[in-house]
Each structure stands twice: as structure tokens, then as C-alpha cells.
Design a binder for this molecule. Structure first.
Ligand SMILES: CCC(=O)Oc1c(C)cccc1C(=O)O
Ligand SMILES: [Ca+2]
Ligand SMILES: [Zn+2]
Length: 321
């Protein structure tokens, strides 16, 4: 059955209304959007799926999210509305800026599941789709309410199809950093009025203003839930968290902040996307990232350009040289 796209209205996690595409079929409005040259954005409800307790996971994707009418403003839809809408923004960002057709550049469906687990302040790419917890209302609100988090998760998918960047040690910290960087660049593109260098600020600790999961401008700042090093000399050798991938990402994150602050989000995106898709590989370390980003800046803007020097100065500043 062809999808019959109708326009609906949804209310997001922060109570904001937004237009959403729905597929109206046999008296139900399904959250499906194939308005992007056939790429289907599909959002599922993982709340009522059985737990496969021996691997402490839950069956995914769950049930396709639908409502009996075309106004999705009830509480249970808020996280789905944002997962859906923001996945569309992330698709558009990669298509408009780099001509990339979805996560795999081959037009794959974009699948998100919300209400995963029990009040999890967690989000992840599971190798095939994006998965979001509801948060517990204290540590976080439902995580899809932050566009930079949706951008972060979907970029894990892009990285998996491109550089690969093994999820441990320095390559893993780069994997994390590229997700934070593109999450932030996407926020600058689609939410310029409130864009910043914080990650997850829109949903992190709803009762505390101004804090976030991470801070690219000052990775060690008090605003950041996870205090991170900014300099290579402070690299943390640990076996936790796949070798500290969410800790040591502060170092390339700080470098990225310096680049964005110097040449702006659009040019930074071009350099970082070329590095991710042309030069980085699954075992690249921080120094390889310096070389990949310098080569990308040279390819696009030339060696004697302010863009090249911005990358060089940034990586010098954080001690990756
Ligand atoms: C900015 C998004 C983010 O970091 O999501 C995660 C959370 C909230 C917990 C654990 C892992 C991740 C991740 O995607 O790396
Ligand atoms: Ca942000
Ligand atoms: Zn991540």
C-alpha cells in the first residue's frame, strides 16, 4: 500500500508544536515520512516490548508510532515527535551540505525507537537504528528533545558506514567527538537562535539551568556533567567506557570548538565531513585526525588559507602534534 502522506501537528519534549508528516491508513495516523526522495523516516514505540533478560536488552524497534488523530500532543508522543522531526533535520543537513543520501548514502530508512528501557537517561546507535530512553525527569528529560543528541546518534551511523573508527581508545574518542561536533553543527544550522557549544543542554537536568552532558568550548567546565580533559597531556588512560571514549573526546572536541569559532560552522562541516568520509579509518588516532583534517582543509581551501591555519592552530593548541 502506498503511503498517503498527510500533514499533522505534534508537540515536542519541550512543549513546542511542530508540523509532522503522517501516513493515514485504515483510520490511523502513522508517524512515517517518505518526503525525502523515498527515504523513509519511521519512529517506533519500544515501551511495551518484552525484555530479553539474558542480554538485558529489549526487542527493537517496537511498534510503529501511530495516533487515532493527526494531532500528536499527548504526553506519550512528545519524544517520538522530536525523534521524528529531528531525524528529518539531520537527513536534510547531510543531504543539503554534502549530497549524502541518508545514513549509508544509499537511501536507507531512518529508524528511531523511543521509550526504550525504564527511565533511561541514555541514547545510542545500535548498529542499525537510533534508540532513546525517556530519562527520569531529574538526570534528563526524554533525550530526543535535544537536536544535538539526535544529530550525535545519527552521526554514529554515518561514521559506522564511513571511517568506522573502532569504539575504543583514541579511535573511539574520535568516534564520539565527530558525533558531538556534527550534533553541534546541526544545531547551529537548524536552531541558530539557541545554538551553543554544549551537548544535550536542552534535556539534561531539566531542573538546573545552563548545564549539559558535555561542553566543547571548555570540556572541563562545571557546566559539563562529564568533566573532560582539553589537552593531550591530560589524556586519561582507563579501561572504563571502552578506554574513556566519552572522556578523552574532550581533547578533539576542544580543537573542534577552536576551528568552529575561527572559521564558522559551515566551513568546519565541510572539512570534518571530508575527513570522516575520505581519510579517517577504523584505527585512526588523534594524530591521524590532525593529518586528515589538515589534508581536507588543504583539498578544499588550499594550504595557504585561513581555514588550514585554523585547523593547524587548533590541534597545536590542544597538544595533538
Ligand atoms: C550527546 C548524546 C550522547 O552522548 O548519548 C549518550 C548518552 C546520553 C549516554 C551514553 C552514551 C551516549 C552516546 O551516544 O555516546
Ligand atoms: Ca547544544
Ligand atoms: Zn556517542
Amino acid at each position: 500500500l502506498a503511503t498517503v502522506l498527510v500533514k499533522g501537528v505534534g508537540k515536542g519534549v519541550l512543549g513546542d508544536e511542530k508540523e509532522i508528516n503522517l501516513d493515514y491508513r485504515n483510520g490511523k495516523y502513522y508517524m512515517i515520512d517518505d518526503s525525502r526522495n523515498g527515504v523513509k523516516i519511521k519512529t517506533y514505540d519500544a515501551s511495551d516490548v518484552p525484555e530479553i533478560d539474558f542480554i538485558s536488552k529489549y526487542f527493537l524497534p517496537g511498534d510503529i508510532m501511530y495516533d487515532k488523530d493527526d494531532v500528536l500532543d499527548e504526553e506519550i508522543y512528545k519524544s517520538a515527535v522530536d525523534a521524528h522531526k529531528y531525524a528529518g533535520y539531520v537527513y536534510d543537513y547531510y543531504k543539503n551540505n554534502f549530497g549524502r543520501n541518508s545514513i549509508d548514502d544509499k537511501g536507507m530508512d531512518i529508524i528511531s525507537s523511543v521509550h526504550y528501557g525504564n527511565n533511561l537517561s541514555n541514547a545510542f546507535w545500535n548498529g542499525e537504528q537510533m534508540v532513546y530512553g525517556d530519562g527520569d525527569g531529574k538526570t534528563s528529560a526524554p533525550l530526543t528533545g535535544a537536536l544535538d543528541i539526535v544529530g550525535h546518534e545519527m552521526t554514529h551511523g554515518v561514521t559506522a558506514y564511513e571511517a568506522g573508527l573502532e569504539y575504543q581508545g583514541q579511535s573511539g574518542a574520535l568516534n564520539e567527538s565527530f558525533s558531538d561536533v556534527f550534533g553541534t553543527l546541526i544545531e547551529f544550522e537548524y536552531q541558530p537562535e539557541k545554538a551553543d557549544y554544549l551537548c544535550g543542554e536542552d534535556v539534561w537536568t531539566p531542573n538546573i539551568k545552563g548545564d549539559a552532558l558535555r561542553d566543547l568550548q571548555d570540556p572541563g567546565s562545571d557546566k559539563a556533567y562529564s568533566k573532560q580533559p582539553s589537552y593531550m597531556k591530560d589524556y586519561v588512560n582507563t579501561t572504563d567506557d571502552h578506554g574513556g571514549v566519552h572522556i578523552n573526546s574532550g581533547i578533539p572536541n576542544k580543537a573542534a570548538y577552536l576551528v568552529i569559532n575561527s572559521i564558522g560552522p559551515k566551513k568546519t562541516g565541510q572539512i570534518y565531513y571530508r575527513a570522516l568520509t575520505t581519510y579517517l579509518t577504523n584505527k585512526s588516532n588523534f594524530y591521524d585526525a590532525r593529518l586528515a583534517l589538515l589534508q581536507s582543509a588543504e583539498d578544499i581551501y588550499g594550504k595557504d588559507s585561513k581555514e588550514y591555519r585554523a585547523v593547524e592552530n587548533a590541534f597545536d593548541s590542544v597538544g595533538i602534534k
